[in-house]
Design a protein around this ligand. Structure first.
Ligand SMILES: [Zn+2]
Length: 145
């Protein structure tokens, strides 16, 4: 799988493995071999000590929800199209998105497509998982545990 299938149209990157492992169900971080700082999303180089030697480490994907909001114009794969008033075309149903704090304090952002936003609470336990969309792109979803 090419990196561009996960995110932007970038195919050359030192963190290409992130997309490959995501497709296989693992969410990876990078750790600086020089200073030990851990990064998620993975970084190719360490902005803290300028080290260029990084190693990969799978992250624990369970944690507590730090914050959430909803996107009113989500990408089509998360949008349920609803007819609006007679003279307009369509409207997208807002989709919740949140940031989960996992082991090591790492923030993992993901969509929360299966929950009513009224039932989502800051601090609730959730799990982040890679999710393959119908168009083949991969994203991360958060689910309550
Ligand atoms: Zn470092």
């Amino acid at each position: 799988m090419e990196f561009k299938n996960f995110s932007l149209f970038i195919s050359q990157t030192k963190v290409n493995r992130f997309a490959t492992d995501l497709a296989e169900g693992r969410i990876l971080s990078t750790i600086c071999k020089k200073c030990g700082k851990q990064y998620y999303p993975p970084r190719a180089d360490c902005p803290s000590c300028m080290g260029i030697e990084m190693e990969w480490k799978e992250i624990k994907t369970e944690g507590k929800l730090l914050t959430f909001t909803r996107i009113h114009v989500p990408p089509e794969h998360f949008a349920v199209r609803q007819p609006l008033m007679p003279f307009s075309s369509v409207q997208f149903e807002p989709c919740p998105i949140g940031i989960l704090e996992v082991e090591g304090g790492l923030p993992v952002m993901g969509w929360i497509p299966k929950m009513d936003i009224k039932k989502i609470r800051v601090g609730m336990r959730m799990k982040a998982s890679p999710f393959t969309l119908p168009d083949g792109k991969i994203t991360i979803v958060l689910e309550a545990i």
